[in-house]
Design a protein around this ligand. Sequence first.
Ligand code: NAD
Length: 244
Amino acid sequence: MKTALITGASRGIGAECAKVFAKDNYNVVINYNNSENQARALEESLIRQGFSAKAIKADVSKEDEVGYLVSETVKAFGSIDVLVNNAGIWHFGVLTDISSDCWDHIINVNLKSVFLVTKAVLPYMINKKEGSIINVSSIWGLVGASCEVPYSAAKAGVIGFTKALSKEVGPSNIRVNCVAPGVIGTDMNKDLSDEELADLKDKTPLGRIGSPEEIAKIIRFLASDGASFITGQVISPNGGFVIY
Ligand code: NAD
């Protein structure tokens, strides 16, 4: 059985990834930081349905906690075949109001975490000469968003990280790809007003926001044999909101 480690999987896109991989017979590791109840409920629900799942607490912006996450995963399941770097946080504010600590926090959770978790997982993939890494960026990493400079910078960094690493580890048969979603109906957007949501839908050719399931299915595809010749790519499921 293969193993998929998904960061930030207690809810939203990460939780949908856990469900999709579990249903395809992967052992799934549901990483969480604060949302213990949601992560445990997802773990229990998957196990009750006959799937293999384990919830593991770790703040993925901290190197020692990432070390624990990866060693516990290997202890439980023996290897890591798929890594989904999904954990992320969003921040709204003009650049002149952003403190240095706030900048560091946004960059550390959205970008440094991708470096830390990938670095810890790669030796297992290199050893097996096989692996697939999918990093979650955002349309704002492609085109930038006003009042979201640190988030946009971090997500653009995730794209650069993906492209560079794919060249470095391709010879070890490890593929590295990126998904850059548009507006998706998760907790990340729960504070948007009805008017803001209506405006976003209006600006989207498909006339709606996306669902976390739609993103999880693309991540699952990128990890599958069907994507065996795809590496270093950015796929942006966004309903046509951004066409580049
Ligand atoms: P969400 O807020 O529901 O999920 C984010 C997850 O990351 C949560 O489970 C949270 O607990 C976890 N997390 C946050 N900080 C963490 C840390 N330090 N350590 C471990 N886990 C941590 O939102 P979502 O929409 O499901 O977001 C998932 C990813 O998708 C994020 O990287 C986000 O930036 C990206 N994204 C979301 C949208 C959108 O519109 N929702 C659009 C583009 C990209």
